[in-house]
Design a protein around this ligand. Sequence first.
Ligand SMILES: [Zn+2]
Length: 444
Amino acid sequence: MVKYLMRFDDINSRQDWDRFFIIKNLLEKYNIKSILGVVPNCLDEDLYSGKSFDGYYDYLRSCKLYGDTIAQHGYSHVYDSNDKGFFGSCSKSEFAGHKLNEQLNRLEKGKKILEEEGLWDPVFMAPSHSFDMNTIFALSKLKFSTILDGFSILSYKKYDLNFIPQIASKPIPAFIPGLSQLCIHINTISDDDFISLKYFIRRNHHNFISLNNIIPKANFLNFIDQFFTYKFVNLFRKIRNLKNFFYKIFFKSRCFLQRLYYFSKFRKYDIYKWHLKGTFYCRQYKIKALEIIDSLKPDLYVDIGCGLGEILSKVKLEPSRKIGFDIDQGLTEIIKSNFRKNFIFFHKKQDLIKYLKNFSNTNNEIVVISMLNFIHTLSEDDLINFISELYKNIGSYVLLVDNIFVKSFQYKYSHHYYLLNHQGLIKYFPNVDNIRNLYFIQIN
Ligand SMILES: [Zn+2]
């Protein structure tokens, strides 16, 4: 009968703590001990999800006292090598491919940080599961005893280190007589997987064990176990890649067909041509933004830089409570003849402000204002002034905004650090489509 081991990756002070506590409290209700993969000096902003947790180290110390294991999850979690190492599935690594001295240096610095905080345990968890022989030499030198990785279902000993296998992030079937190390990335776990995980813990809490209860031994079955598990993992990864390939084809075709439709329908209008290119199904950030806006259940939604108003048209709200604004005057005609019934449109800023002023938020209604693909031509001062001008006229609101992180002439201003460190930051979605981040900020 399989035993489950609970592991959280990418622990850092800016992770999604709300979600983390929901799972952690549930685990503690059943007295389940977890492995917390802490990034000692997290410089990977892709692991951020919100504001920094003030009592971060105190909280981690309380977890250690409770019986959780602290695993050193790399050093800074910044990938600067393309080596997959022994177990990685993609070509990125903080360790594999680097010289022994470099790896030793990183691991030692990470260990020191955790030791100074009274948190270090001799357990290592590689970012992206990627490490090589030099990592193993360095870990041995630094007196690590355990690596949380490996393709097998039984734990084993090798190079004088304990290997605790990790083959799938989700639980393996209960009839398999081995170990299943669940691997949770709390910032990115989907809503469906989050619900399934809670359900799984409730149903299977008696089958969880703690890392301290695992004593890896040399076993004559180890070779067979590793051989067949490796074959299985490889096959699984091939199927997953194939599935992703078909998804990609599906998304690309959907985008192509929508573009074709927009071009045939709207090409005669005098509008900026990017409105016909960056359509809803061709822009991942628009799909994500719609998901966020609907989840907030707004009473009023304003889209600044709305283009053809694709997000506005799709948000679940009465048309009179959806307002679009765009500086492209050509849109007035197209919206009037095609989308008039979906939302109210302004192309002059003073008209928008006047309208919002009359609305004035007195009943504590939820107002969401998005500025997507809009702020990269505004200087920081102009952006701050615009945000406060809207606040003066409408009161508190939730701002959904993006920032493009690739450098180009077209994307003149980057507001990343202003937005990421904004005191009202509720949630940060890094790298939604390879060129931009989304920020979701309370403006008070
Ligand atoms: Zn990681």
